[in-house]
Design a binder for this molecule. Sequence first.
Ligand code: NAP
Ligand code: GDD
Length: 361
Amino acid sequence: MNKKKALITGITGQDGSYLAEFLLNKKYIVHGIKRKSSSYNSARIDNIYQNKKYKNKFFLHYGDLIDAASVSEIINKIKPDEIYNLAAQSHVGVSFKLPNYTTQVNAIGTLNILDAIKKLNLEKKTKFYQASTSELFGKIQEKKQSEKTKFYPKSPYASSKLFAYWITKNYRESYNIFASNGILFNHESPRRGETFVTRKITMGISKIINGLDNCIYLGNIYSLRDWGHAKDYVEMCWKVLQNKKSDDFIIATEKQYSVKFFIEKSFQYLGIKISWVGKGLKEKALIKNFNKEKFPNLKKGMIVVRIDKKHFRPNDVDNLIGDSSKAKKILNWKSKTSIYELIKEMMDHDLKLFKKKDFKF
Ligand code: NAP
Ligand code: GDD
């Protein structure tokens, strides 16, 4: 029986919740670091916490990556075999408003963990996974981005993650810690944070259909992304730490779509056709064809997407697509979920969410 202990930072987030489920199914004892917040932040892991099957296998600890003492104390208490550092101020747009805080959490927070491993003499015991990101490529230097592509971060978020990427490598090379970077391209799911673009779209459409809202307001809809499914990607985080040696890997689907495509296909999944009119800030999407009986809250010509300049970033990353040949070869990586399956799962989830008669914002 596997008695391995894993510590997940960011356990209440999208990836943390999927990774916790994945590791528990692999018979790990899973520990997570949870922040104190004034409102409820554990919705994604309630199903685990309340499941009797995971009694004495799943533990939560209050802590904050910025608080080095709390991080070190938790690591010392658990002495984990594997640490997955998924905690971050993960919103690129918000990082322009909160550059200092973003840097504290994403950059110094990562250093706090690595330094605890070193100071607690756990170099030989504890493997470390760092949630690196395709945002590192920013202003892209190659059409498809691989482990060899030069980085060019374009936001405080990406700059903070650049430090985290390098300090991970640095602790690997200086202190012989098994410390690896998973450079993950965008991955989504029904658990995706509500302010990221895919979830904004699937939630927005679901609210409109249910008569709870009229229109979705977005920024750069011409941005191109390589979108996978979070559930597939957390398996790769684990595989990165099971590799013979610590290394850095790109995880991507190698397919690219625009935000505009994601909007069209999400409506299309419901049999609703939209048409686009106008340009720039005046561009909008209108309802063209739909089944009136199925969707009584819709009207032909109704404007369902508008552009709002407040959702544009000072410097946007508008063209990402990964080359994950290395992970395919070494980690046996295969992207499992198509964009259409991803849209279906997110739409089905959100339609159900907003169908509840007693739903209140
Ligand atoms: P997410 O849903 O935003 O989750 C972030 C997690 O970090 C949450 O549990 C959050 O806690 C926690 N956190 C934030 N600040 C913290 C702090 N100071 N101390 C302790 N915990 C803190 O992010 P995600 O989508 O799961 O992404 C996971 C990681 O992968 C992040 O590091 C992200 O930057 C990186 N990444 C994500 C993608 C992607 O497409 N999803 C791609 C590449 C890399 P609360 O719940 O309390 O807010
Ligand atoms: N969030 C958001 N909201 N993005 C919008 C909107 C909007 O209203 N309108 C257009 N976009 C565009 C953004 O400008 C960006 O080009 C693209 O949609 C994707 O935005 P997000 O969904 O916020 O994701 P991201 O790519 O910036 O960042 C995510 O992926 C990174 C990996 O590349 C986050 O999960 C990061 O933590 C992660 O590192």
